[in-house]
Design a protein around this ligand. Structure first.
Ligand code: 5GP
Ligand code: ZN
Length: 113
């Protein structure tokens, strides 16, 4: 997707602070952190959001969650962390490329909605 912000980050057209990368997944620091650790984990293939996860791409979505666990360990979020994926306008999704927020480093607000 040529005009997708996160596809541009994957291609290196927009700089990011990477914390993990492999053939299919990239993890980088959120530009506007909501917690001491705030990392975004994204697939390198463009999937618009959780609503587009299906049998054909479920393995990459699962790998994203595996990377969430890896970066949480890397960041030493031993006290716990939260994984969030906003999907669609009502959830406040602002970038239409599947991403998992990994938040931690403090006691998080427990409001879910
Ligand atoms: P959403 O609101 O779609 O769930 O999350 C999008 C996230 O992307 C936000 O937390 C926002 O701060 C982050 N973000 C937006 N633009 C950039 C950028 O250019 N670089 C980085 N690292 N994060 C960004
Ligand atoms: Zn994209």
């Amino acid at each position: 997707m040529s005009d997708c912000l996160f596809c541009k980050i994957i291609r290196g057209e927009i700089p990011s602070t990477k914390v993990y990368e492999d053939d299919s997944v990239l993890a980088f620091r959120d530009i506007n952190p909501q917690a001491p650790t705030h990392i975004l984990v994204i697939p390198k293939t463009h999937i618009s959001g959780v609503s587009e996860i299906c049998a054909q791409n479920a393995s990459i979505a699962a790998h994203c969650l595996e990377v969430c666990a890896m970066v949480a360990k890397q960041e030493q979020l031993d006290g716990g962390f939260r994984v969030v994926s906003n999907c669609g306008a009502d959830a406040g999704q602002t970038v239409n490329h599947l991403h998992f927020h990994v938040l931690g480093g403090k006691v998080l607000n427990t409001d879910m909605a």
